[in-house]
Design a protein around this ligand. Structure first.
Ligand code: C2E
Ligand code: CA
Ligand code: CA
Ligand code: CA
Length: 278
C-alpha cells in the first residue's frame, strides 16, 4: 500500500493529459462554486448613440474564487460548457439578471433592458423556454426588457429546433440579438428567416475602425445589412471617441464599451446613471 500512490498517479498521468486533469479540477471547483452561489454579475451599459442615453445593460458573469478573487468568464465558461455546468450556471445568471433588473425598476430607475449571454447547450438540452418563463414569472421582470444574446453557433446548430425555440421566445415577448456578429458563419438567408431583433458587431471589427479601411467597410456593411432587415445594430468594444464618431456616421443605433464604462457591480449602477444624466 505504501508504494501504491505513485503507481496510481503514474497510471493517471499515462491516461490523462495535464490539460484533462486541470479541466477536471476546474470543473469540480465550479460545481462547488455553483452550490455556494460564488458568482456575481457585472453590468456594462449600452448607450443609444443618437439620444446619448443609457438604454440597457449587458450582464457579464464573474466567478468569486476560493481567495475571493474575481475570475473573468474567459477562464471558466469553456470548462462549464464542457461539463454541462453551463446549464445550471446559465439559469442562475438569467435569474440573477432579471432579479436585478426588477430591483432597478422598483427603485424608480428608467426602464433598462437587460441582456444575458446564452450558450449553445442551454438551447439544445437546457429547457430554455421553461427556464425563461419560470424566471420571468418568479422575478416579475417584463419579458420585453429581457434580451438574449445568441452566438451564430447557436443559431446554426439544429435549424428546425432553434427556429421553433426562437419563435416561441418571441411570442413570450423576449428580445433576441446575435452576439459577436461577423465572426461566425452567418448567411443572409438564415438572417432573414430568424426572428431576431438586433445585431451586435464584434469588437474585433470595432477595434481598428477608422484605422483600417477594410474594418470600416465591414462595420458599415453590417450596419446597412441590419437596417435593411429592420434590425437594430449595436457595436461592442467601443473605446474611443473616434470609433464612436464613425459608428454614428454609419447610423449605428447603440454602442457599448470602455468609452462609456467598464462592466460595473450592480450597486454602482444607480450612481452611474445619475452621473451620466447630469
Ligand atoms: P462578450 O459577450 O463578447 O462580452 C464582451 C466582453 O468584452 C466582456 O468581457 C467585456 O467586459 C469586454 N469589453 C467590454 N467593453 C470593452 C472594450 O471597450 N474593450 C475591450 N477590449 N473589451 C471590452 P468579459 O466580461 O470578460 O466576458 C467575456 C465573454 O464571456 C463574453 O464575451 C461572453 O461570451 C462570455 N460570458 C460572459 N458572461 C457570460 C454568461 O453569463 N454566460 C455565457 N454563456 N457566457 C458569458
Ligand atoms: Ca455578449
Ligand atoms: Ca460573445
Ligand atoms: Ca465579442
Amino acid at each position: 500500500a505504501k508504494d501504491s500512490a505513485p503507481g496510481v498517479s503514474r497510471f493517471f498521468e499515462s491516461r490523462m493529459s495535464r490539460d484533462a486533469l486541470a479541466l477536471m479540477q476546474i470543473q469540480s471547483r465550479l460545481r462547488q462554486a455553483l452550490a455556494q452561489e460564488k458568482f456575481i454579475l457585472h453590468f456594462q451599459p449600452q448607450i443609444d448613440v443618437i439620444a446619448n442615453k443609457v438604454v440597457g445593460f449587458e450582464a457579464l458573469v464573474r466567478w468569486i474564487d476560493e481567495n475571493g478573487e474575481l475570475v473573468p468568464p474567459g477562464s471558466f465558461i469553456a470548462a462549464a460548457e464542457e461539463s454541462g455546468l453551463i446549464v445550471p450556471l446559465g439559469k442562475w445568471v438569467l435569474g440573477e439578471a432579471c432579479r436585478q433588473g426588477r430591483e432597478w425598476l422598483d427603485a424608480g430607475l428608467p426602464q433598462f433592458s437587460v441582456a444575458v449571454n446564452m450558450s449553445a447547450q442551454q438551447f439544445k438540452h437546457g429547457g430554455i423556454l421553461e427556464t425563461v418563463a419560470e424566471v420571468l414569472t418568479s422575478t416579475g421582470f417584463p419579458a420585453g426588457l429581457l434580451e438574449l444574446e445568441l452566438t451564430e453557433s447557436i443559431l446554426l446548430q439544429d435549424t428546425e429546433l432553434v427556429m421553433q425555440t426562437l419563435g416561441e421566445l418571441k411570442l413570450m415577448g423576449v428580445k433576441l440579438s446575435i452576439d459577436d456578429f461577423g465572426t461566425g458563419y452567418s448567411s443572409l438567408s438564415y438572417l432573414k428567416r430568424l426572428a431576431v431583433d438586433k445585431l451586435k458587431i464584434d469588437q474585433s471589427f470595432v477595434r481598428d475602425l477608422g484605422e483600417s479601411a477594410d474594418d470600416s467597410a465591414i462595420v458599415r456593411a453590417i450596419i446597412q445589412l441590419g437596417h435593411t432587415l429592420q434590425l437594430s445594430v449595436i457595436a461592442e468594444g467601443v473605446e474611443t471617441d473616434r470609433q464612436l464618431a464613425f459608428l454614428r456616421s454609419f447610423g449605428c443605433n447603440q454602442a457599448q464599451g470602455y468609452l462609456f464604462s467598464r462592466p460595473l457591480p450592480a450597486e454602482d449602477i444607480p450612481d452611474y446613471v445619475l452621473q451620466r444624466a447630469s
